[in-house]
Ligand binder design. Structure first.
Ligand code: FAD
Length: 401
């Protein structure tokens, strides 16, 4: 414990893992928690599909971190700063503006889209969706492209062509959502130009690699029903403004491309002198702390997690479970108790596949259609409401001061 009789705990990153850690640690008034994020908001990446479908605006897929932190009982503060490095020996977090000392530290900085350098033109011509500004830019680009087609000359217009590279959870959801949005858009108006080609490109044998077979088949069928063209066992090798070249040699015309082909650790992780795996992600032990520093924990997408030797795919659900466990272990360190080993597994997956349709598997039960969609909506709503309640409370406090 700190000599001031409280514990200075810094959480870097207010994503799914970091927010959960903050909420759990704040329960004990002996903790003084500081959340640092380079952005002023928590971005709900799991709800991007609703942003694309115009069912939510950006305010409904984000939560203000300053008001959120102010909603606690005085023991949580927020700094909007970018962390550049960490001095582990002197226990200091180095941000773009200051150095902050800690007793315990949680690294929860997520990951970023891996714009693979070997794919020529990728960074220049493709869009990612892992950051809110990128997701918004892409959504506007999609709408603008539909609008441009409306202005073209009726039935002779060229189709709008969109390529989604990467057929994991996010690529599949985005392709389905765009196809379904366009379908609704065209059926609710009488514009003559109604040609949209969406192609989903997967380097694996199938989409949703590693997921349950039933989910893969159902998702594939839904995508085909929505008119999405699926190309498997091929990769994007280069892009220019108007086309994409695949490893099969095919050249696909495109108006724009979404790249959901993988993630990499973000800048801070590269700077840290900590153990990492071959892909550069942080490695932790079973209690989620990093090697050599028992007081430093790494959670969420920036860390790699194994359960009985099996790799656990990084998801919001897993990040939250890690956030909760690392906070419990910080409390165990504070109260001199044994650290708890993790037994984290995915609690389920729900994949949104266009308006009011989803597929999923929750605790070994398969769910399809409207019911799965409803379940996904309820989970998202409950999550948002919890954060929103704190944020509104924080807002009231700030304006009453
Ligand atoms: C389109 C899409 C759909 C998805 N759908 C699902 C789904 O349905 N279910 C599911 O479970 N998962 C889903 N995921 C995955 C899920 O969003 C991630 O696994 C999750 O966001 C990881 O949480 P995290 O806390 O590790 O990181 P993030 O949520 O990415 O948060 C990291 C935070 O760290 C901050 N940060 C980064 N670097 C710094 C720095 N140097 N200094 C300060 N702050 C920094 C960032 O601003 C950010 O706020 C989806 C992802 C995408 C892109």
């Amino acid at each position: 414990m700190n000599t001031n009789n409280y514990n200075k705990i810094i959480v870097i990153g207010g994503g799914y893992g970091g927010i959960k850690a903050v909420a759990t640690l704040a329960k004990d008034k002996i903790n003084q928690v500081t959340l640092i994020d380079k952005n002023a908001y928590h971005f709900m990446q799991t709800d991007v599909y609703e942003l694309i479908a115009n069912e939510k605006d950006f305010a409904k897929v984000s939560v203000d971190l300053f008001t959120y932190c102010s909603g606690f009982d005085g023991n949580v503060s927020f700094y909007k700063q970018e962390v550049c490095n960490i001095d582990f020996n002197n226990k200091k977090v180095i941000t773009d503006t200051q150095r902050l000392s800690y007793d315990y530290l949680v690294i929860a900085v997520g990951a970023r889209t891996k714009f693979v350098k070997s794919i020529k033109g990728l960074k220049e011509y493709a869009h990612g969706v892992k950051a809110l500004h990128r997701a918004m830019y892409f959504k506007q680009k999609f709408e603008m492209s539909l609008f441009k087609k409306v202005q073209e000359n009726g039935i002779t217009c060229k189709p709008l062509s969109i390529v989604v590279a990467g057929a994991g959870l996010s690529g599949v959801e985005i392709a389905a959502q765009m196809a379904s949005f366009a379908k609704d858009f065209y059926s609710s108006n009488n514009f003559l130009c109604r040609k949209l080609n969406i192609m989903l490109v997967s380097s694996s044998k199938q989409i949703l690699k590693g997921m349950d077979d039933v989910l893969v088949k159902k998702s594939q069928k839904r995508l085909l029903d929505l008119g999405v063209v699926i190309k498997t066992q091929t990769r994007v090798v280069s892009l220019i403004k108007e086309s994409v070249t695949l490893s099969s040699g095919e050249i696909i015309p495109m108006d724009f491309m979404i790249f959901a082909g993988g993630i990499e650790p973000n800048g801070l992780i590269y700077n840290l002198d900590l153990e990492k795996n071959e892909r550069g992600f942080l490695t932790t032990n079973d209690a989620l702390h990093v090697s050599r520093h028992k007081e430093v924990f790494a959670i969420g997408d920036c860390a790699t997690l194994y359960n009985n030797g099996k790799f656990i795919a990084p998801t919001a659900d897993v990040a939250e479970q890690m956030g909760e466990l690392c906070s419990q272990n910080i409390m165990n360190l504070i109260y001199n108790k044994a650290l708890k080993k993790h037994n984290i597994k995915s609690r389920g997956v729900l994949i949104a596949l266009g308006r009011r349709y989803a597929v999923g598997k929750v605790v070994n039960f398969h769910l399809y259609g409207y019911f799965a969609y409803l379940m996904k909506k309820i989970i998202e709503k409950v999550y948002f409401m919890q954060l929103d309640r704190h944020s509104k409370k924080g807002c009231r406090k700030i304006f009453e001061e």
